[in-house]
Design a binder for this molecule. Structure first.
Ligand SMILES: [Zn+2]
Ligand SMILES: [Zn+2]
Length: 186
């Protein structure tokens, strides 16, 4: 049995949180961790009780949706609300944080930032992280680890594909399906 790594485990939690996002422009999740325990999580969404982008559309000013609080901020504010220290904590985010969130992360005393995807990585944000001694690590998220039958499914798809290849006169179908399979399985 292959155990999921801590990095993939916390990154999976952030991707799960991102599925709760209410902004249609980008879905982001963030998980704050201390001593290998999740202490808070957030996703980008509206103020509690306010209109959601998915219902009312985004409120865009200067190419930014201003309706939402970012995932990282929501996670940090959750700690503030319930009095949970963030000093020396770590944060796992689906996307590289925006400049405002970079500053909030540093100011909250968070010391490590793990991100799955690059997203307009701001050079000043990177500089501030370096000055503050906050380490940055890219941890690409491997979704297949969440599927316990991933290997079996992949093998079955390849088997079915091979069966189609052997059917006479189905070359066009085979080529098309092969392309689709390669896109999904990569
Ligand atoms: Zn929005
Ligand atoms: Zn942000």
């Amino acid at each position: 049995m292959d155990r999921i790594s801590w990095d993939q485990y916390f990154m999976a939690q952030s991707h799960l949180l991102a599925l709760r996002s209410t902004c249609t422009r980008l879905t982001v999740g963030a998980t704050i961790v201390r001593d290998k325990r999740m202490i808070a999580g957030g996703y980008n969404g509206s103020i509690t009780g306010s209109d959601h982008c998915i219902d009312e559309g985004c409120y865009v000013i200067d190419n930014h949706c201003v309706r939402t609080i970012h995932a990282e901020m929501n996670a940090i504010l959750q700690c503030a609300k319930f009095g949970v220290p963030t000093e020396n904590a770590e944060i796992y985010v689906t996307h590289f944080p925006c400049l405002q969130c970079c500053k909030a992360i540093i100011q909250a005393g968070i010391k490590k930032v793990y991100y799955a995807e690059d997203y307009k990585n701001h050079p000043y944000g990177i500089e501030l992280f370096q000055q503050a001694g906050v380490s940055l690590k890219k941890v690409p998220f491997d979704q297949q680890q969440l599927d316990v039958k991933a290997t079996e499914k992949n093998d079955l798809i390849k088997k079915l594909l091979a069966e189609i290849k052997d059917l006479k006169g189905e070359n066009a179908l085979y080529d098309q399906l092969k392309e689709e399979v390669e896109t999904i399985l990569k």
